[in-house]
Design a binder for this molecule. Structure first.
Ligand code: PBG
Ligand code: ZN
Length: 329
């Protein structure tokens, strides 16, 4: 392929050709919108570090979810901010917990919108860790039981899919077994398979009020330096019965996404996390970047790296841009 016989620019010469040879596409059905449901009434509190994203009480979650649904986004993933937190995260698996009530309301009002729930303890524990504390560390096996209970209670409330984000060993198997034993063998599990201990979760912890009160999450979330470990983590989840694998965060871990895409034949999801959102928003608001363009470029980078699904706070904006057809992806 030598110049001048070959000229790479020929095929880029006009918009029609560019569209015809596009290798990767983005569709509204690739998107999952994260939402924060807070206990109470009349609450709609913008997250300081995430312009456009709110902690809201159920009636406001419903209103925004309706908008999300009308934009064609097929699914939301829910995070809860309970009335009270305790050492064992009781609200996480309470029949009338914040998430359980939110799921019921959503499935009643907007049955066509898929409801996925984040399964973890950190939003519900007073210490902010993703499980039960024993001797100053999260106890893996004691936590498994609670995660299984939490998943079951979400599904009993009507959740269409559960997404464990805790990074305990064996959680997919524990959840699968509990769901199956209770008649929910049809409910899929999207596992946060490769979840790194990341500074990019900072704004989320403000949104979910889930900052660890001591220490950090490095005894259960992955070291950003590790690639092979991601393959091992994903393999465990596949063998335990995961239906969809997720990589998180997104942009700084596109290599991991590609790696897992090559290695496994399950659908792949990527979480474009809070810090990634905040950076684009902040630069966009300052006029330092063209926000719409950078958002769409970011989305297509996930698809190109191998994602089938993108969890993103930009979902509504992306859906609007796709609808308007003003962005070519
Ligand atoms: C709960 C959870 C977190 C995120 C998703 N689920 C936070 C964390 O692990 O600290 C982060 C999402 C984001 O930053 O947007 N374990
Ligand atoms: Zn957690």
């Amino acid at each position: 392929m030598f110049y001048p016989t070959f000229r790479a620019r020929r095929i880029r010469g006009n918009e029609t050709f560019r569209r015809m040879v596009k290798e990767t596409t983005l569709s509204v059905t690739d998107l999952i919108y994260p939402m924060f449901s807070a206990f109470g009434k009349g609450i709609k509190k913008e997250i300081g570090s995430m312009p456009g994203i709110y902690q809201q009480s159920i009636e406001n979650v419903l209103e925004e979810a309706q908008e999300v649904f009308e934009l064609g986004v097929p699914a939301v993933i829910l995070f809860g901010i309970p009335e009270v937190k305790d050492a064992i995260g009781s609200d996480a698996y309470a029949e009338h917990g914040i998430i359980q009530e939110t799921i019921r309301a959503l499935k009643k009002e907007i049955p066509g919108l898929a409801v996925i729930t984040d399964v973890c303890m950190c939003e519900y524990t007073d210490h902010g860790h993703c499980g039960i504390i024993k001797d100053g560390d999260v106890d893996n096996d004691a936590t498994l039981e609670l995660l299984a209970r939490e998943s079951l209670s979400h599904v009993q409330a009507g959740a269409d899919m559960v997404a464990p984000s805790d990074m305990m060993d064996g959680r997919v198997a524990a959840i699968r077994e509990t769901l199956d034993n209770n008649g929910f063998s049809k409910i899929p599990i999207m596992s946060y398979a490769a979840k790194y201990a990341s500074g990019y979760y900072g704004p989320f912890r403000e949104a979910a009020e889930s900052t660890p009160q001591f220490g950090d999450r490095r005894s259960y979330q992955m070291d950003p330096a590790n690639r092979l470990e991601a393959v091992r983590e994903a393999r465990m989840d596949v063998e335990e019965g995961a239906d969809i694998l997720m990589v998180k965060p997104g942009l700084p871990y596109l290599d991991i996404l590609r790696e897992l895409r090559e290695e496994f034949d399950l659908p792949m999801a990527v979480y474009n996390v809070s810090g990634e959102y905040s950076m684009i928003k902040a630069a966009g608001l300052k006029g330092w970047i063209d926000e719409d363009r950078v958002v769409m470029e970011t989305m297509i980078s996930f698809k190109r790296a191998g994602a089938d699904l993108i969890l993103t706070y930009h979902a509504k904006d992306v859906a609007r841009m796709l609808k308007a057809g003003n962005v070519i992806y």
